[in-house]
Ligand binder design. Structure first.
Ligand SMILES: NC(=O)c1ccc[n+]([C@@H]2O[C@H](COP(=O)([O-])OP(=O)(O)OC[C@H]3O[C@@H](n4cnc5c(N)ncnc54)[C@H](O)[C@@H]3O)[C@@H](O)[C@H]2O)c1
Length: 247
């Protein structure tokens, strides 16, 4: 696909990786719909004639019953980037000064809902819209190297392994309509969220195991998204942008 001809909806677009994807796609001429519940962050994106910002919580029913159908009337969307997600560190069980601690159902549900259920719901609605408007396109889901099973990240890793499996299935199901699906799995990227959930010492130790000895840049993920959009034969696969950490 020629990026300049695409209409791309990016979730979690206000900050971090999503924000970089928005700016890169705009630079390449795409029409972009940026969705995030952090309205202040969305407003920090420099205005652009081809950018529409939508402040909405993807976990609220109204987004799917009102906001998204409204966007379908306005735009012929042919690229979806399911990027919104939460990084979450919590072992299944742990024992510390405060005693025995277990991951709660609420934590598990929150991580699985935003990282796996919402991408499914987004894909389901956008695919229906694409088929009805006879648009060929691509669903891109953001996974993580944690899909391989990161120590201390039971819910997060399960959500990311789930999104990779989901992507493979829908790639098989949707090919007949000319719709592709793919995952991009970032390694440790230099974002505010990475520094917020990881201790610097832990992060420094991880970086020692990255063959390139550094964190990734948000633009490197954005360039990976461009590759997936542009390569019409890339389908059902996971593109790892991790500096070689998972070799
Ligand atoms: N940063 C990394 O190193 C890294 C590594 C691997 C995978 N990832 C994945 O990349 C994606 C983006 O991560 P990031 O580091 O840019 O995170 P981030 O926290 O900087 O950005 C995520 C965005 O999603 C938005 N969001 C979260 N829940 C939402 C909701 N319910 N409704 C609307 N918006 C919501 C947040 O407001 C935020 O702007 C996530 O799926 C994450 O799991 C990140």
């Amino acid at each position: 696909m020629n990026i300049a001809n695409t209409v791309a909806l990016i979730t979690g677009a206000g900050k971090g990786l999503g924000r970089s994807v928005v700016e890169t796609l705009l630079e390449k001429g795409a029409t972009v719909i940026a969705v995030d519940y952090d309205e202040a962050a969305l407003k920090e994106i420099p205005p652009h004639e081809k950018l529409t910002i939508v402040a909405a919580d993807l976990l609220k029913d109204e987004f799917f019953s009102e906001t998204l159908p409204g966007l379908f009337k306005q735009f012929k969307i042919n690229v979806l980037v399911n990027n919104a997600g939460i990084l979450h560190n919590k072992p299944l069980v742990s024992f510390g000064k405060a005693g025995f601690s277990k991951i709660s159902n609420e934590e598990w549900d929150l991580v699985l809902n935003i990282n796996l259920k919402v991408p499914m719901m987004m894909a389901r609605e956008v695919v229906e819209h694409m088929i009805k408007t006879r648009a060929k396109g691509v669903i891109i889901n953001i996974s993580s190297i944690s899909a391989q099973g990161n120590l201390g990240q039971s819910a997060y890793s399960a959500s990311k392994a789930g999104i990779e499996s989901f992507t493979k299935v829908i790639a098989k199901e949707l090919g007949a309509w000319g719709i592709r699906a793919a995952c991009l799995a970032p390694g440790y990227m230099d974002t505010v969220s990475t520094h917020a959930v990881m201790q610097e010492e832990t992060l420094n130790n991880i970086v020692k195991n990255v063959p390139l000895r550094r964190l990734g840049k948000t633009t490197e993920v954005a360039n990976g998204i461009c590759f997936i959009i542009e390569n019409d034969f890339f389908n059902g696969k996971v593109l790892a942008i991790d500096g070689g950490l998972t070799i």
